[in-house]
Design a protein around this ligand. Sequence first.
Ligand SMILES: [Zn+2]
Length: 335
Amino acid sequence: MSTLAHCEYAPCRTSSKQENFSLLSKFSPASSHPLKYLLFLATLLVLASLLAAPGTAYSKSHDESVVVTGTMEVIVADTPQGQVIMTYFLHEDNSTQIYELLFTTISPPENLTGGQQVTVTGIPEGNQLQVETIELPKPNGKLPVVGDRYAVVIMVDLQNVKASTRYTRDQIATAMYALDSNGVPAPAGTRSVRELYQQASLGQLNFTPDTDNNGKPDVFGPFTINYSYTGTCDYQNWTAAAEAAAQQAGIDLNLYQHRVFVLPRYSDIPGCGWQGLANVGCTSFCRTWIAQAETPMTYAHELGHNLEMGHAGTPAPIRRTMARLIIPTATILTP
Ligand SMILES: [Zn+2]
């Protein structure tokens, strides 16, 4: 079975960078003022005409600015207070360098999403790039994501705080697919992520419960990783360790487009500050982190970001038809 039939881009983030973990907390929510955006576009048009041909991945521009081309990774965090915090990473072409893009002088373009090939002019400082201009690909009129989607759910226990003290595989499988962990259907009327997307897409989008075809929903763990929670949201290292543990246990992560991590509850890892986190857009695969797994809505919301949905109330342009169906952030806050 080809599980990658819908993949459109280069791989999602695979690197783990310590310096990125705590940065989420100091970002302010992305501004998307339309006037700023128009000004940005005008600036971009002028600067684009001045830029050298984008053949060089990394070349000196004026002053200390550099021009970097690469693939975008966008991560959205949904906080318990209802805030939305966007973080932007640029994976430089032909390099292992990953820049965190800081938008302090211009606003991020509204249609900036994971997997896009972009050219950024900015001032580098360590692994950060203060963005002066960003050149996006031309809109290509992509259709909404439809068809079968393949997700694996992995429960993650740290040494001292555990997802498994709060949740069971049965609960998670029920939230995702209205099945217990052995594949036995939940009582009629049980709401699930799968049901929600099937209804919202008029049957066109299906989260497949049993991609590995063993008769049981693909919900695994808990895997106890060799990390303790010490106040820092070290989620990227937790993720790398959990993926290693899962693969060691014989789970073929390559079967799946969505890697869903059920972490200890957000109140048990307050340094993270979010109930859910997700890649915006999905490349060959993408990740979703759930820190409030009591309700299917958290999963549905974060997986929606993987499918490039924005938040209800997100200003135009909304590119995906299904974006109109996105669940308001507030929904996940009132289970
Ligand atoms: Zn969200």
